[in-house]
Design a protein around this ligand. Structure first.
Ligand SMILES: [Zn+2]
Ligand SMILES: [Zn+2]
Length: 392
């Protein structure tokens, strides 16, 4: 399935190139220096607000569930993201979840940087996608969300209304409907497209790798300025964090906006990566850079028998234990953090009925196999969750 040749997506090509051509012609006949001041502000707002719709709404809220938002905020973010003309929330999230799960994999990462800078920037949108691993991507949360469902159903109509008709109407308020359409519609769309696409291309090509070098993701200040703060892309290792970097002052207006939403009560449950995980990644990269990585520490995990594992499950009602590489891990606290969702982990949970014990599932194949590409940080985190080594 995944290896068959994808077909050219003509409608995408016509729309994408047509918008570029329209923007170019429009800018030629209505140059920026001849525009009324409000039209310039309209273009800037239309570009930036739709960009925030993508970074805060599509990316951090819906794809990575890095915070919870009130219904009103979800509707506003969905509307802003719709205006960016990057597909419905549902499709954008599924693609991006694939990207995080199979980063750089030429077959399964929809915009794999390993297929070249041009492909990762715009090439991928010219082909009808064949996503052979879509079946391993969590969709329950998106299917349950009314805003996502409605937006997906009426996406094309809403995108035209919010991305082109609305800026035209706003421009008409000061008798510049044409300027509103060209600059607030066409030009702003082209800007938000390329700024977002730079995260797939430039941020996987040039910049610092502060947390991991297991994939091509990199951090870049220029990009952060262009993408409402998505520039520190090497934070890939901690996708569920509502920030794009742990330092408050690093340029990330999306993070500051989410904190403001929390202050006013519109956002809750802001998720942060564990400090020790971030520090471990940073130290690892620093030591690797200086070529002084220390030898692995001796394993001090205690040995447990089957009975001791059973006893632990009985004494800790509701705990979730899994078997990974011969170790028993308590992943209860990790369920909400797992970027791939909790269901896939629960499928491997150890249970204590007699029949279940006889066929305890081993999560090792799923963890190390082709279902996912787990990072160094994820491996380290799993080591910290070890309870015991299963004797025998
Ligand atoms: Zn990426
Ligand atoms: Zn992401």
């Amino acid at each position: 399935m995944a290896t068959s040749k994808p077909k050219i997506w003509w409608s995408n090509i016509f729309f994408f190139l047509g918008t570029h051509l329209g923007a170019l012609i429009g800018v030629y006949y209505f140059p920026i220096h001849a525009l009324p001041r409000p039209t310039i502000w309209l273009a800037f707002a239309s570009w930036q607000l739709s960009c925030f719709g993508i970074t805060i709404g599509y990316h951090r809220l819906y794809t990575h569930k890095s915070f919870r938002a009130s219904l009103g905020l979800r509707i506003i973010l969905a509307a802003l993201g719709t205006a960016a003309h990057q597909g419905s929330i549902r499709w954008w999230c599924l693609r991006h979840r694939l990207h995080h799960r199979f980063t750089d994999d030429p077959l399964h990462d929809p915009y794999a940087a390993t297929r070249g800078l041009l492909f990762s920037h715009v090439g991928w949108i010219f082909f009808k996608p064949i996503y052979g691993r879509l079946n391993v991507i969590e969709t329950d949360d998106l299917d349950k969300d009314l805003v996502v469902r409605v937006q997906h159903r009426y996406y094309h109509l809403l995108a035209v209304l919010l991305g082109f008709v609305l800026p035209t109407i706003v421009g008409y308020l000061w008798r510049d409907a044409t300027g509103g359409f060209i600059w607030g519609g066409l030009v702003a769309r082209v800007l938000v497209w390329h700024c977002t696409f730079l995260v797939n291309s430039l941020a996987h090509w040039n910049g610092l790798q502060l947390y991991t070098d297991e994939n091509t993701s990199r951090g870049n200040l220029v990009l952060a300025l262009l993408t409402c703060g998505e520039g520190n892309h090497n934070f890939h290792a901690f996708p569920y964090d509502f920030r794009s970097s742990p330092c408050f002052m690093d340029w990330d207006p999306s993070k500051w906006a989410i904190l403001a939403f929390q202050y006013f009560g519109f956002a809750t449950n802001l998720r942060r990566a564990k400090c020790e995980d971030i520090k471990a990644g940073q130290e690892h990269m620093l030591l690797k850079y200086w070529g002084v990585l220390p030898p692995a520490e001796p394993d001090k995990t205690p040995d447990w028998t089957l009975e001791q594992v059973e006893q632990h499950i009985h004494q800790n009602d509701g705990c979730c234990l899994i078997l990974l590489d011969g170790y028993v891990l308590d992943v209860t606290s990790y369920l909400v953090e797992h970027p791939g969702g909790s269901k896939v982990i629960r499928d491997y949970a150890l249970r204590t009925t007699r029949e279940a014990i006889d066929s305890w599932p081993d999560a090792s194949v799923a963890f190390h196999g082709g279902v996912n590409i787990h990072t160094w940080a994820a491996n380290q985190h799993m080591k910290r969750l070890r309870l015991a080594k299963l004797a025998g």
